[in-house]
Design a protein. Structure first.
Length: 290
């Protein structure tokens, strides 16, 4: 890559994505942004342009285009200055476009459930993967993971449809107590590193302000079984807390409604002959081998 341009590659799963040129440091002579499939990935995706556009180049902030990805592939984003020696600082966001659901007629109780489902599907997860760069997926989709394990060095969550009053925070952990390890950050913030070859060895997810939603997360750590955890506070780490994270999948789902069953009527025993039984609830966390 020459000094006259900046280049970045982004791995995209199957879906529709909006490439949004949001802002530039130099508003008078902003750099221009060119978006193309990576070499060899031209048949995996197509770029949808504005009718007046002549090519996949965004010339100024507040412009954009759409990328349709038929099979997972890599997108190349190049930022070039408007003039020799000009600024190359630009903010470009790649945002998944959800297809939505068909309209249905629902009762008042059902519509509440549909609203919650639509909100959970709006979750977006960014993961910085060694050798691949930033990967953006929707809810319940793997970043790296069992099919293509690779070191994950940073994570960010966005949830545009988050219900009012719900708060989400998360943190990543590094081996040897590196700076930033375990520091909780809010939605939209990036937790981790880029370009430092510093793997994540653990992750914590926390949700508050709701009794209806919870995290459902899976994580793969090097040479360890895939870990699955469910709850409003989820902690993911390998057996020794030192194994690198090589895959992560995060979703948000409604808490399953408990079924209310009337206890059986039993004959009353004489006083003093009864027994007290203690029921211990199982932890809502399990490991599975993939």
């Amino acid at each position: 890559m020459s000094d006259a341009e900046r280049q970045k590659v982004v791995s995209l799963d199957r879906g529709l994505f909006f490439v949004n040129y949001r802002s530039a440091e130099d508003s008078l002579s902003p750099p221009h942004v060119t978006v193309t499939p990576a070499d060899g990935h031209e048949k995996r995706m197509e770029i949808i342009l504005h009718p007046d556009a002549t090519g996949p180049t965004l010339w100024e902030p507040n412009s954009g285009l759409v990328v349709r990805v038929n099979t997972p592939g890599t997108l190349q984003v190049q930022v070039q200055p408007m003039r020799v020696g000009g600024s190359q600082a630009a903010v470009v966001r790649i945002e998944p476009i959800q297809s939505g659901r068909a309209n249905v007629v629902a009762t008042q109780s059902e519509s509440r459930g549909l609203h919650a489902n639509a909100a959970t599907e709006g979750l977006k997860v960014l993961g910085h993967v060694a050798g691949r760069g930033d990967v953006i997926v929707g809810a319940n989709a793997w970043i790296a993971g069992p099919a293509a394990p690779s070191r994950v060095e940073g994570v960010a969550l966005e949830w545009p449809e988050k219900p009012a009053g719900v708060d989400v925070r998360y943190a990543v952990q590094f081996a040897n107590g590196q700076a930033g390890s375990g520091r909780m950050v809010p939605l939209g913030a990036y937790a981790g590193t880029r370009g430092r070859a510093l793997p994540i060895t653990g992750m914590v997810l926390e949700m508050s302000g709701t009794d209806e939603l919870e995290f459902v997360a899976e994580a793969g750590f090097l040479n360890a079984p895939t870990l699955r955890a469910v709850g409003k506070r989820v902690v993911l780490s390998g057996p020794t807390n030192r194994e690198p994270l090589v895959g992560i999948r995060i979703g948000i789902e409604r808490v399953a409604a408990a079924e209310h069953v009337a206890p059986p009527v039993r004959p009353r025993k004489p006083a003093g002959s009864g027994r007290v039984r203690v029921f211990r609830s199982r932890a809502r966390q399990e490991s599975s081998v993939t």
